[in-house]
Write a protein that binds this ligand. Structure first.
Ligand code: FES
Length: 125
């Protein structure tokens, strides 16, 4: 059975292969939502973007991004801002099927202190 490690909580759980990451995290008592979004979320439909996590290891062991996930990450205003600088490791936990071991960071912050697209120099300079 795949192992999922939650780095912030220092918890490791075993889940059945193909299990939904959001559902398994909630079963284990892991909080995926920040603040009021504990109550105001889309309940796993992939439309609110508030269940976003960072995959620190094992992205290759997760199901590919769904169309709904890609759409929400690209066009949902809050999610699009949150993903900047973390595009490669951001996933919506409600859209992820766990196929192997992975390491997850829940409730990631905005990457406001890192390098952002508005801080990069123009390509011709
Ligand atoms: S719960 Fe809304 S996008 Fe995952």
């Amino acid at each position: 059975m795949p192992k999922v490690t939650f780095v912030n909580e220092k918890v490791e759980i075993e889940v059945p292969e193909g299990a939904n990451l959001r559902q398994e995290a909630r079963k284990a008592g892991i909080e995926l939502y920040s603040g009021i979004f504990r109550y105001l979320n889309c309940r796993g439909l992939g439309q609110c973007g508030t269940c976003r996590v960072l995959v620190k290891k094992g992205m290759e062991n997760l199901s590919p991004k769904t169309m709904v996930e890609k759409f929400t990450m690209t066009f949902h205003p809050l999610t699009t801002l949150a993903v900047i600088g973390q595009e490669e490791e951001s996933r919506l936990s409600c859209q992820v099927k766990v196929m192997g071991d992975c390491t997850i960071e829940t409730r990631p912050g905005y990457n406001l202190s890192g390098e952002n697209f508005w801080q990069k120099p123009y390509p011709n300079k």
